[in-house]
Design a protein around this ligand. Structure first.
Ligand SMILES: [Zn+2]
Ligand SMILES: [Zn+2]
Length: 214
């Protein structure tokens, strides 16, 4: 599904590349790769729910597959935006593991219990699972931010997606180029949360202004 080992961040060139072809990957393409991974995982989990319904898999198998996929997707999302395994450090993994243990797994456990009690239709279960996959955006964006710091980028700009944005996103986009610490990441502090499709670019003030205001 998501294979971050195909992507590496070149520290001297300060860019992402496909490995081993060495084709340049723009930040926009990187975001698209991640978005596609969320879609692919959603399609996979829809089929998994169908398999559970038709009793092709057991409930414990279902739980294990969902929990494993959530962990894999989050780790892969982080590795993707950090620029491959070799650029992802123990502290990054630790932060991710804490997030899973403190927030994601308890939320999953609650959902599993509700499914077991028959509280949700198959359609509802599918949509709840999709939200878990979307939450991997947070792992992806946090990698983008720490990568920006390593690149020496001091400024950031939020660009709205063509559709699907809340008023918060509009407000952040209207701010234009901002010091990086002042501009929330997409998915942060906005009502559309993990559904946020905004793009976020980092750079020097000049590079962003040439690119977006020029
Ligand atoms: Zn929003
Ligand atoms: Zn947004």
């Amino acid at each position: 599904m998501l294979t971050p080992s195909n992507i590496r961040f070149d520290r001297s060139k300060q860019q992402y590349f496909y490995h081993p072809s060495d084709r340049l990957v723009s930040d926009y393409q990187l975001r698209k790769i991640h978005y596609k991974a969320i879609l692919a995982t959603s399609q996979w989990s829809d089929r998994l729910v169908d398999s559970l319904q038709s009793k092709d898999i057991t409930f414990s198998d279902f739980q294990l597959q969902v929990a494993t996929q959530l962990k894999n997707l989050k780790v892969a999302s982080l590795e993707l935006s950090k620029g491959g395994k070799s650029n992802t450090f123990a502290l990054d993994y630790l932060g991710q593991a804490n997030q899973l243990r403190q927030i994601d797994y308890p939320a999953l456990k609650k959902l599993f219990l509700e499914i077991k009690e028959g509280k949700h239709s198959a359609k509802m279960v599918k949509s709840r699972l999709r939200n878990f996959w979307k939450s991997s955006r947070q792992a992806f964006e946090s990698g983008i931010k720490s990568r920006a710091e390593l690149r020496g980028h001091d400024f950031a700009i939020r660009i709205l997606a063509i559709a699907d944005h809340c008023e918060d996103c509009v407000t952040f986009a209207k701010l234009g180029i901002q010091p990086i610490y002042r501009l929330p990441l997409p998915t942060e502090q906005c009502r559309c949360s993990f559904n946020c499709r905004c793009s976020y670019y980092t750079g020097s003030y000049k590079s962003l202004s040439d690119r977006f205001h020029g």
